[in-house]
Design a protein. Structure first.
Length: 101
């Protein structure tokens, strides 16, 4: 499978997960739990993933050369992955912006 996920944890964990050729690649960081935050994740056409929180770069990784990436063709889910019956989001989304090259 090929895709991406942006995850938030109750303890302040922030994860940007990109899957290419069936392999998961993760950037992980932390943020003060319970505080408002601005999260930005990007994946360039060259295969470079970046995760920012409150304007600060938390991490960057380059996918392996030639790793398969595809455009978005599924549902955008906010709140929880339907496959995870034991998890859900209890947060407020103030704004959301998506952009494709």
């Amino acid at each position: 499978a090929t895709g991406w996920e942006l995850r938030l944890a109750r303890d302040g964990g922030v994860v940007f997960l990109v899957t290419a050729d069936g392999v998961h690649h993760e950037i992980q960081g932390r943020h003060e739990s319970g505080a408002w935050m601005h999260i930005a994740a990007s994946l360039t056409s060259e295969g470079v993933a970046r995760l920012h929180v409150d304007g600060r770069l938390l991490g960057e990784l380059a996918l392996p050369a030639g790793a398969a990436r595809s455009g978005f063709d599924g549902e955008l889910l906010l709140g929880r992955n339907p496959a995870w019956r034991d998890r859900g989001a209890r947060c407020r989304v103030r704004g959301l912006a998506l952009a494709w090259e």
